[in-house]
Each structure stands twice: as structure tokens, then as C-alpha cells.
Ligand binder design. Structure first.
Ligand code: 5GP
Ligand code: MG
Ligand code: MG
Length: 183
């Protein structure tokens, strides 16, 4: 789905598909340098990270396995509470592995701090985070994000895997929604 298929639901495009791909190429090169010779496992967080993982893994100049987690964070509306439940756990035993968690967006950082601590407790050799987008609040919490695609303002964004009420995940670009969508 492209911006022109949004029939007025899109307010503003923040990043085009080309801009996202260019940034992911840079991140992939950096990640590959940092993990050279290490037993790297990419861990995507469902469902938002589906598109990021699929593009980032193909941008890597070598091969690495992937696995997935699905979690639900109890919270009201668009804010998470930090209370997390695992809906789908990893299939992989991560003992001794270098785990790189891939996320679509980090806002309060509560979800990711929980996942990071949970995976670290399973005796992984290391657990780091790569997020495509980071909001201002996330800079305040000390979750330790190693790779960031773009820092964005505190607005609700959709596209490139990110949803509003399960919609717009398949939009190629990332943008903000027009006010009429919420009302
Ligand atoms: P955190 O625990 O960092 O506050 O929450 C992160 C999660 O909240 C993300 O994985 C995502 O599911 C959701 N989220 C936070 N900001 C946005 C946003 O701007 N757009 C969308 N679609 N989801 C968001
Ligand atoms: Mg997410
Ligand atoms: Mg969502």
C-alpha cells in the first residue's frame, strides 16, 4: 500500500520507503561489523517488527538466523504499562548466543526493558536492541538501545509494520494519521 492509496487518512509522510531502506542498509553494515564471528540471533517482536526484520535481515552482508516473540503489554489506549505477558515465546535456546532484539518503535521503553531483562536471564552471551524508530520519552529511560534508525517527535505513527487498530501495517512509508481517523 502506498501513500496515494490512503484516501485522505494520511496526514504527513515522515519517511519514504527509500529513506527507510537507505537507513537500514547503514544499520545492517554496522551490525555486521559489530557481530563478526559471533553467534548472532535476530529476535523480532511481533507484529510491528515484521517489516523491519524482513528488510533488515536481507540488508545484512551475510546470514543470521531469526526467531520471534509475541508479547502483550497491559495498558490503556496507546500507552504501555510495562506489565508484560508472553503470548509466543522463542523456539530457540539462546544460551550463549548474541541476541539482537529488533523492534519497530520504542516509546516509554517499558516493553523493551522487560523483554531485554527476560532474555538476559536465559544466559544469552549478550542482549542488545535495534529499533527503527525512537520517541523522545525513550531517551529518558535507561534501556540501552544500541541501534536506532530514526529519532522522531512524540506523534503517533503508522506504516512499515506499525498499526492503528491493526490497520496500515502494509503501508510502505511511515507517516502520521489525519485527525478524522481517530474520531
Ligand atoms: P513502549 O513500551 O516503548 O512505550 O511501547 C512500545 C510499543 O508501543 C511499540 O512496540 C508499539 O507497539 C506501540 N507504539 C508506541 N508508539 C507507537 C506509535 O507511534 N505508533 C504505533 N503504531 N505504535 C506505537
Ligand atoms: Mg513493537
Ligand atoms: Mg500496535
Amino acid at each position: 500500500m502506498d501513500a496515494e492509496h490512503m484516501s485522505g487518512d494520511l496526514e504527513k509522510v515522515l519517511f519514504t520507503e527509500e529513506q527507510i531502506h537507505a537507513r537500514l542498509d547503514e544499520l545492517a553494515a554496522e551490525i555486521w561489523r559489530d557481530y563478526e564471528g559471533k553467534d548472532l540471533l535476530l529476535v523480532g517482536v511481533l507484529k510491528g517488527a515484521v517489516v523491519v526484520v524482513s528488510d533488515l535481515m536481507r540488508a545484512l552482508p551475510g546470514t543470521a538466523p531469526m526467531d520471534w516473540m509475541a508479547i502483550s503489554s497491559y495498558g490503556s489506549g496507546t500507552k504501555s504499562s510495562g506489565v508484560v505477558r508472553i503470548l509466543k515465546d522463542l523456539d530457540t535456546d539462546i544460551t550463549g548466543k548474541h541476541v539482537l532484539i529488533i523492534e519497530d518503535i520504542i516509546d516509554s521503553g517499558l516493553t523493551l526493558s522487560w523483554i531485554k531483562a527476560n532474555l538476559a536471564s536465559r544466559h544469552a552471551a549478550s542482549v542488545e536492541i535495534c529499533t527503527l524508530l525512537r520517541k523522545p520519552d525513550a531517551v529518558k529511560v535507561d534501556v540501552g538501545v544500541r541501534y536506532v534508525g530514526f529519532d522522531i517527535p512524540d506523534a503517533f505513527v503508522v506504516g512499515y509494520g506499525l498499526d492503528y487498530d491493526e490497520k496500515y501495517r502494509n503501508l510502505r512509508c511511515i507517516g502520521t494519521l489525519a485527525p478524522h481517523v481517530y474520531s
